[in-house]
Design a protein around this ligand. Structure first.
Ligand code: SF4
Ligand code: SF4
Length: 245
């Protein structure tokens, strides 16, 4: 059984975008109630996360995502920081939620299509995006407070989209050159303290999964550097993929 307080709350904010990105979430989700066009910014966010994922996996989630900033900067201090239930990490749930989300989204876009060519269309579209942002703020925020700050991220449809984009990048051989991965200097120097797992926002366990190339290949790693900063023997770093001979 998982020990109580196994997971440690620690600073995960290592860049200004992560420090202030949550303001964008609040602006789009709540500001969109008054000015729906604010929601159109989500189109750029979706483009950004899809492109970065193609080259670097879930880098967006750990370094740029405005919701991630809200979860880690604002909510983490008041989160119960419990173990994320396996159910939220399970493939059937992640795929099922993705299909539900996308179907719902397409249905709404079809509804909006009757406004094409009118001035209303931008407001309708913006409203769809800002309401979605608001839904994530409410549902993801509640999960963050009562379970763990990154619970939503386990099944977030935008996370799934990143994994699909990243798989394409890998298949085309491009991500192999561009992606950075958590790398251990020397597996023998690891003291198996588990600190990298205890501080990981996604509750991954790098020290148990290093490959023969000394790299952490888990597709869910958000490359946030939290484990790098917290490893007591300083043997972790974020490095380009090491090509096998
Ligand atoms: S393994 Fe390290 S870099 Fe990856 S998500 Fe966990 S803490 Fe962040
Ligand atoms: S924090 Fe460092 S020393 Fe501790 S288990 Fe992880 S890699 Fe090993």
């Amino acid at each position: 059984m998982q020990k109580k307080n196994y997971y440690i709350k620690t600073n995960r904010i290592f860049n200004p975008i992560r420090k202030y990105g949550w303001i964008v979430t609040v602006l789009i989700a709540l500001g969109g109630l008054w000015e729906p066009k604010l929601g159109l910014a989500v189109l750029f966010i979706m483009a950004g996360l899809t492109i970065t994922a193609f080259f670097s996996g879930r880098y967006w989630c750990g370094n740029i995502c405005p919701h991630g900033s809200l979860f880690d900067k604002i909510i983490l201090p008041i989160s119960t920081n419990k173990k994320i239930p396996k159910f939220f990490k399970s493939k059937p749930f992640i795929i099922g939620f993705f299909i539900f989300f996308i179907t719902n989204f397409i249905r709404k876009i079809i509804g909006i299509s009757q406004y094409w060519g009118t001035y209303d269309v931008l407001d309708k579209l913006g409203s769809l995006f800002s309401n979605t942002y608001l839904m994530v703020l409410i549902v993801g925020g509640a999960l963050a407070i009562f379970l763990n700050s990154r619970t939503w991220c386990q099944f977030c449809p935008m996370g799934t989209m990143q994994k699909l984009s990243h798989s394409l990048g890998k298949k085309l051989g491009i991500a192999k050159i561009t992606e950075k991965k958590i790398t251990i200097l020397d597996k023998d120097k690891c003291i198996k303290c588990g600190k990298c797992a205890k501080v990981c926002p996604f509750q991954l366990e790098p020290y148990k999964e290093f490959s023969d190339n000394n790299q952490f290949d888990n597709i869910d790693c958000i490359k946030c550097n939290t484990c790098v900063v917290n490893c007591p023997v300083k043997i972790l770093s974020l490095e380009k993929e090491i090509q096998s001979l």
